[in-house]
Design a binder for this molecule. Structure first.
Ligand code: HEM
Length: 430
């Protein structure tokens, strides 16, 4: 599985080229959905989403793919069981080069429709019940405190590398029970696959992603064997019990563990990065949080609404479905534009305003909706709240200290580098 032979390499190479050519062509013809991939919108995609919204609540791209920017329609599609995440041939709807790499990975329940989705999600759910997740609070606070202790004396630091990334990867490693000796590799593999979620741009990268996937599977398989003999109170142990009871296969355990790594890591890094970026770009909001650190939970919600880490998801119609006066034919795709729904003026007054005291309106779509609603939402909220609160209390002078670098992705929105300082200006050496 970690080998991409010559024939498969050629196939993948042509897929990468074909995807680039098709996007270029459709973009030239004025397809607004293809524009979403255009680097010129990377810094700020929201005006483009607005252009799509102006075309009506349901837009049809030239490739035949539909998309919605409406909060109500996003919710409706995500909750309607006639929409799913699998093609008729059983493959996930993720297309192109990324799909080809993903096909070599064990499937996760994010890529499954019921009944498999229901069965596998239920096996993972106990680790995320509210009582258990609330019990992680002291541990999250401890991780945040020790990260801030390390950074505090430094002239400048990278908010992503030094704070946003280590927090969630430590939390997931704890949750899964990754042994200390494997944590470095685990974090590195998670980061490399996370980068791949931005799109696969070369055969070399595709091969690397396939290799990393197989290394992770080998690690999870080793842990499955160890925890079957000697279980602990971590998630891999409880999934190993389910394998022993034939409620899931070993491959399904690999897929679930990989999902928890990817879904829990990349997204939370970007909640923290995008959240701090929004705060520092709105000094009056940052001042409010410093004055009242207890606003940190509300600020986390507003950050998730204003600039969500997952900008969009996709569903496929499993039947002909009437939606907003149109017929979505069975087999057609609908882009669910979560970030655009989060700025829908129908439900949020002044949607482009970042306001940490915002009240009213429906729940934002950052965690999706319906049966695939993020299983880790409560945990992510706790991580965000504790980190934003601790920053407001311990680093009131925090500000940007150099040019930031954005990730090259339109679906996963986040920063790759974000230099900041928390020193008094006079304290800084020349
Ligand atoms: C700010 C952080 C997070 C964001 C923005 C986020 C976002 C999302 C979204 C949008 C989905 C659904 C995608 C779809 O409908 O196609 C999802 C699903 C999921 N998330 Fe999260 N997530 C976050 C944190 C976490 C954490 C911390 C974990 C676990 C440790 C996690 C685990 C999952 C899992 C397992 C699913 C699949 C649920 C299913 O298919 O039933 N997420 N997440």
């Amino acid at each position: 599985m970690n080998n991409l032979g010559p024939a498969a390499s050629l196939r993948l190479g042509s897929q990468i080229q074909a995807a680039k050519a098709t996007n270029w062509l459709l973009g030239g013809l004025g397809d607004l959905l293809v524009q979403v991939e255009n680097p010129k919108w990377r810094e700020n995609p929201y005006p483009l989403y607005e252009q799509i919204r102006q075309k009506g609540p349901l837009y049809r791209g030239l490739s035949g793919t539909w998309a919605t920017t409406s909060h109500a329609l996003c919710n409706q599609v995500l909750r309607d069981r006639r929409f799913g995440v699998k093609n008729a041939d059983g493959s996930p709807v993720t297309g192109g080069a990324l799909g080809a790499v993903a096909n070599t990975y064990p499937e996760s329940f994010l890529d499954q429709d019921p009944p498999d989705h229901t069965r596998l999600r239920r096996l993972a759910a106990p680790a995320f019940n509210p009582k258990r997740v609330d019990g992680y609070r002291p541990r999250v606070q401890q991780i945040v405190d020790s990260l801030l202790d390390k950074i505090e004396g430094q002239e400048t630091f990278d908010l992503i590398k030094d704070l946003a990334a280590p927090l969630p990867i430590t939390v997931i490693s704890d949750l899964l029970g990754i042994p200390d000796a494997d944590r470095g590799d685990f974090a590195e593999y998670g980061a490399r696959i996370g980068e791949g979620l931005s799109g696969v741009h070369s055969i070399r990268q595709a091969k690397d992603l396939i290799h990393v996937g197989s290394e992770l599977v080998a690690l999870f398989d080793r842990l499955l064997k160890e925890r079957t003999k000697d279980p602990g109170d971590d998630v891999i142990s409880s999934l190993a019990t389910a394998v022993g009871e034939e409620k899931m296969t070993a491959r399904e355990l690999h897929g679930t563990a990989m999902l928890l790594l990817l879904a829990g890591f990349e997204t939370t890094v970007n909640l923290i990065g995008n959240g701090v970026h929004a705060l520092l770009a709105h000094p009056e909001q940052w001042a409010q949080l410093r004055d009242k650190p207890e606003l940190a939970a509300a600020m986390t919600e507003e950050a998730l609404r204003y600039d969500p880490p997952v900008q969009a998801t996709m569903r496929i119609a499993h039947a002909d479905i009437e939606l907003a006066g149109e017929t979505i034919k069975s087999g057609q795709l609908v882009g669910v534009m979560l970030a655009a729904g989060n700025r829908d003026p129908e439900v949020y007054p002044e949607p482009d305003k970042f306001d940490i005291t915002r009240t009213g309106g429906p729940e934002h779509l950052a965690f999706s909706s319906g049966i695939h609603y993020c299983i880790g939402a409560r945990l992510a909220r706790i991580e965000g709240e504790i980190l934003f609160r601790s920053l407001a209390e311990r680093m009131p002078l925090l500000r940007q200290a150099g040019p930031l670098e954005r990730r090259e992705s339109s679906t996963i929105r986040g920063l790759r580098a974000f230099p900041v300082t928390a020193k008094f200006p006079a304290q800084r050496s020349q």
